[in-house]
Design a protein around this ligand. Structure first.
Ligand code: NI
Length: 185
């Protein structure tokens, strides 16, 4: 089922989400619906608060571009992006590299706005799966960025919070206009 995507200004996007304590049918259905919703919206990631659920669950699929990472290890071994995607995880833990890089980001909850965001270039992410397995993923490129962006969502942080000071000023009025829009429709 395709879910409604919550838009900028909704308080759930600013909540620090709760850990998923128990993976039951409701959680499995929600994850499946989130994947469907992400694909329908042509997104590369979606976090539970974006569909109104304040829990630490997110989905990612960056397989549209097989060359979007130059490093990919899963539990210490070299891995193929296509076989790892789509990715569903709960209660993630993230370790970021010192080195940073800048790239353009957007968000399904902040429509019409894309901007450059500077973030750590590589990450190691510990990603518990719905079946109880834990994947430790070491990666860079778009997957590292998507992991940081989605995990930010679980902490109530949006990519517009991470813009440079100059970009924040120039974005201010556009964000205000988004807040003024009616999100009930
Ligand atoms: Ni987003």
């Amino acid at each position: 089922m395709i879910l409604d995507i919550v838009q900028y200004g909704h308080p759930v996007l600013r909540q620090k989400c709760r850990p998923v304590e128990l993976v039951d049918d409701r959680i499995r259905q929600l994850a499946s619906d989130m994947l469907e919703t992400m694909v329908d919206a042509s997104g590369v990631g979606l976090a539970a608060p974006q569909v109104g659920e304040d829990i630490r669950l997110a989905v990612i699929d960056v397989s549209h571009d097989p060359d979007c990472v130059s490093l990919l290890k899963v539990n210490g071994a070299d891995a193929e992006l296509e076989s790892l995607m789509p990715l569903v995880f709960i209660n993630p833990e993230l370790t970021c590299s010192q080195e940073k890089e800048t790239a353009v980001e957007g968000c399904l909850s902040i429509q019409g706005i894309r901007a450059e965001v500077r973030r750590p270039a590589a990450v190691i992410a510990k990603l518990p799966q719905l079946d109880g397995a834990v994947l430790e993923i070491e990666t860079d490129g778009l997957l590292a960025r998507a992991l940081q962006h989605e995990i930010d969502h679980l902490n109530g942080v949006l990519f517009v919070d991470r813009l440079s000071a100059v970009a924040k000023v120039s974005m201010k009025n556009r964000l205000k206009r988004l807040l003024a829009e009616d999100h009930t429709g």
